[in-house]
Ligand binder design. Structure first.
Ligand SMILES: Cc1ncc(COP(=O)(O)O)c(C=O)c1O
Length: 401
């Protein structure tokens, strides 16, 4: 046993289960096994060339020194004008803080508002990091079950969950792991409900733009000022522009919240990489080109989704609703549980051992009985994976577990 005196805050946290699944896949691959990895939480596309060119330009210009903790002024301004042009949002550039990815944006926002004992509302299933942030802050994670509304959070569910201890809710739409999208009107209602009760809202908009029609792209940055007073948007370039390794995201929040976020960040990462901020600012200024790049990726994701979901539903024991966004299918395998498999983790393990297909168990997302299947991989991989799985005998009568 380790004698390292880890802090209580960190000791309470758990290692990311999504990373564990990806590591299993990587290990098998290193051993020479032809694994099909459907755990990936990042686009399989390259960062658009014009954004790379902007980064090179930033380096050539000598943007290699510290920037303000809030980020370059041009970064703040270009985010504000992009949101104004694309969504009709009206917030001043000073409400934008550049951060090292959506993850740091979320961490900054939550850590500047949560106190020990505060209740943090987290709709279930959730992205693995949300409860860990609450745990780190010694807040009380309170989960809202959304299964009865087919994983789409409603204002009524939020109202029922609010107590006089509720401080914050984290909402992620389009959602990881379910791929579901909360309709814009319902999002407004949820945020109105929270504001009425003086509960703050952190909207994780990491999959902004990843909504397939007729689902609509929605950012809470468009809300009127009296609602935005309670909202912090956590944005990210990672998925939208296939830039996961660049580590850049941002928050948009009211001036008080923003001031505290800057204070916290000034003592941790300080700011994201200077020339990366420049590249993103230029990409936002070149909005048409950026949206064109996003749309070309979206067309491909949608094509894969449209093939994958019906194909998965053909497998006996699998049930999957059509996701409206992100790049995940959320597979209900509860029909297989009982005599054959004890849990979805066992189903995932079986798929790995017998078909060399790696998927993520739902338990890590608070949804035992489900598997997350990422389609951020080639159509060929998806075809091969489904073919391998369809060749197995999954049903409990034939499964010898
Ligand atoms: C729901 C959600 N939010 C936030 C993030 C963080 O992304 P990043 O820190 O790369 O911007 C991810 C990444 O997987 C995610 O799935």
């Amino acid at each position: 046993m380790s004698t390292f005196p880890v802090s209580d805050n960190v000791a309470r946290m758990h290692t990311s289960s999504t990373l564990k699944a990806a590591q299993t896949a990587a290990k098998l691959r290193a051993d020479g096994v032809e694994v099909i990895d459907l755990t990936v939480g990042e686009p399989d596309f390259e960062t658009p060339e014009f954004i790379k060119e902007y980064a090179r330009e930033g380096l050539q210009m000598g943007l290699t020194k510290y920037t303000p903790s809030s980020g370059l002024k041009m970064f703040q301004e270009s985010i504000a004008s992009f949101y104004a042009e694309r969504f009709g949002a009206a917030f001043p550039p000073g409400e934008v803080v550049a951060s090292c990815g959506g993850k740091q944006a979320l961490f900054n926002a939550a850590c500047t508002i949560l106190n020990p004992g505060d209740e943090l509302l987290i709709p279930k299933p959730y992205w693995v990091t949300f409860p860990e942030i609450g745990t780190f802050c010694d807040a009380k994670d309170v989960f809202i079950d959304t299964e009865e509304t087919d994983f789409i959070l409603t204002a009524d569910q939020v109202r029922d969950a609010i107590t006089d201890k509720t401080k914050l809710i984290i909402i992620n739409s389009p959602n990881n792991p379910t791929g579901r999208v909360i309709p814009s009107a319902e999002m407004r209602k949820i945020i109105e409900t929270c504001a009425e009760k003086r509960v703050y809202v952190l909207t994780d908009e990491c999959y902004l733009f990843f909504a397939y029609p007729p689902a609509e792209v929605f950012t809470s940055a468009v809300l009127p000022a009296e609602l935005r007073d309670f909202v912090c948007v956590a944005g990210s370039f990672s998925k939208t522009y296939a830039m996961t390794g660049w580590r850049i995201g941002y928050t948009i929040a009211n001036p008080d919240w923003t001031r505290e976020i800057i204070k916290l960040q000034s003592h941790s990462a300080t700011h994201p990489t200077s020339f990366v901020q420049y590249a993103c600012a230029k990409a936002m200024q070149n909005a048409d080109e950026s949206i064109k790049a996003v749309n070309s990726m979206l067309v491909e994701y949608e094509r894969r989704r449209n093939w994958l979901i019906p194909a998965l539903n053909e497998v006996a024991g699998f049930k999957c609703s059509m996701p409206e966004g992100a790049f995940y299918a959320f597979l209900d395998v509860r029909e297989l549980l009982g005599d054959g498999f004890a849990s979805s983790a066992e189903v995932a393990d079986y798929l790995l051992r017998e078909a060399f297909v790696v998927v993520t168990d739902g338990a890590g997302f608070g949804a035992d009985g489900f598997l997350r299947v990422s389609y951020a991989t080639s159509m060929e991989n998806l075809h091969n994976a489904v073919e391998r799985i369809a060749g197995l005998s999954l049903s409990k009568t034939t499964q010898a577990f």
